[in-house]
Design a protein around this ligand. Sequence first.
Ligand code: FES
Length: 114
Amino acid sequence: MGGFVEVMGLEQLPPGKGTTVTVAGKDVALFNVDGTIYAMEDSCLHQGLSLGTNQLEGKVVTCRRHGWRYDVTTGCTLHVKDFGVAIYPVKIVEGKIMISVSERMQASGWRWER
Ligand code: FES
């Protein structure tokens, strides 16, 4: 896995919170679930609303426009099996959140793509 980019300090995204960042022209939603950071496409599959700043409960974020819910650890919607947005690899290096948008994993197939 390559192409990791620093996006923010870990202390800037406390547990239970989400945010959005732009990396290499791609909007990415970041979430902190009990101390683990997850990254996924920041566009609701219904009508494209940003997901990163919506309410996070446990590992589920709910789109505020019409209520679609996503498991942020997999990118999958809760109402359609194996359907969801892509997720991106994350690592923490010296207290900094690093993500790579050159590789992604999606519900259909569950494999890293470049
Ligand atoms: S835009 Fe997200 S549920 Fe409609």
